[in-house]
Design a protein around this ligand. Sequence first.
Ligand code: FAD
Length: 324
Amino acid sequence: MIETDSQGVTLTSRESLTFARTLGEQLGGHEVEAVAIGPLADQPAVLAHLAEQGVTILHHAEDDRLNAYGAAAWAAALTDVASSTSARVVIGSGTPRGMDVLAHVATRLDCLMAANVIAVDGTEPLTVSRQVMGGGVFEQMRLAGQVAVIAVAGHAVEAVPAAQPSTPRVDTYAPTLTDADLLTRVVRTEKKEAGDDTSALTRAKVVVGAGRGAGGADGFTDLLELTDLLGGALGVSRVVTSLGWRPHHEQVGQTGSRISPDLYVACGISGAIQHWAGCQSAKTILAINTDADAPMVTKAHYAVIGDLHEIVPAINEELRRRLG
Ligand code: FAD
């Protein structure tokens, strides 16, 4: 299942397509077919992304009753294709909507589902590695059976174009929907408040993280300057949002955003498992902390032990000097 927006196929869905394509190749050349449900804002953009990922068919479920999202109805549409094509694996991204729909699909197909999957061993029977306990533990799970459902963890796989782009065929279909499928659906949506946007944080190549060590709502001036100088985004711990020092959309972690920047500068953050769950995919982590034994320090690639209110201004001064 792919999720789409006005730009085409969303990044996490493209990651899932790369995951599916790699698995298909390992299983001996299975093709990847995509399913999109409901109206598409920009079908050419969707097809361009699918071509890039080597997808052979776009199954497009069209029915006015699918215009408003509903997990059961969307699952019915996806199950129709999975059954008619005898799919070996049904794959989607581990977004709230992806998890919601895929869980319904697994129930309908009466098969195993693995969520938060980060890798798969492409030999039968399939064995997946998946994150559990907020990403603190990796579990191996065997998916025996004729069909299996996999929700790929966001940013666990990089979206990589196929060696040979495809020309996807569009197969529009009307799924079989019952009244029961339509019982639960979205009836109203509200616009986010201005600035309440996590995309800058999840896309950023550099994230400056700040925790309780910031000391208070007025302790972020130097951290925000460092963020600007590095051209990044600010991410914070739950303590920071719970105390109202910064807005919730800046929170990193199990109940915040999962980030995978090239560099994460974690300042005054202890590195609790729930925070680590959101930042462990960072390619390089620099911890700044007064406590040399803090989990964030012991897990980081680099650490500076000391008061962030002295260290961050010193880094800023050096960066300003170098940037002229
Ligand atoms: P603390 O744990 O208090 O750590 C502060 C750190 O700052 C310490 O290491 C200290 O040595 C250091 N420090 C203090 N002063 C300075 C200074 N001047 N200079 C440098 N270092 C200094 N947390 C999240 O972050 N994200 C989540 O999504 C999340 N989800 C959760 C979900 C659940 C169900 C639960 C139970 C908890 C969740 N938490 C989450 C909370 C998590 O368990 C921790 O409580 C939280 O991450 C701690 O935040 P912190 O590191 O800022 O604070």
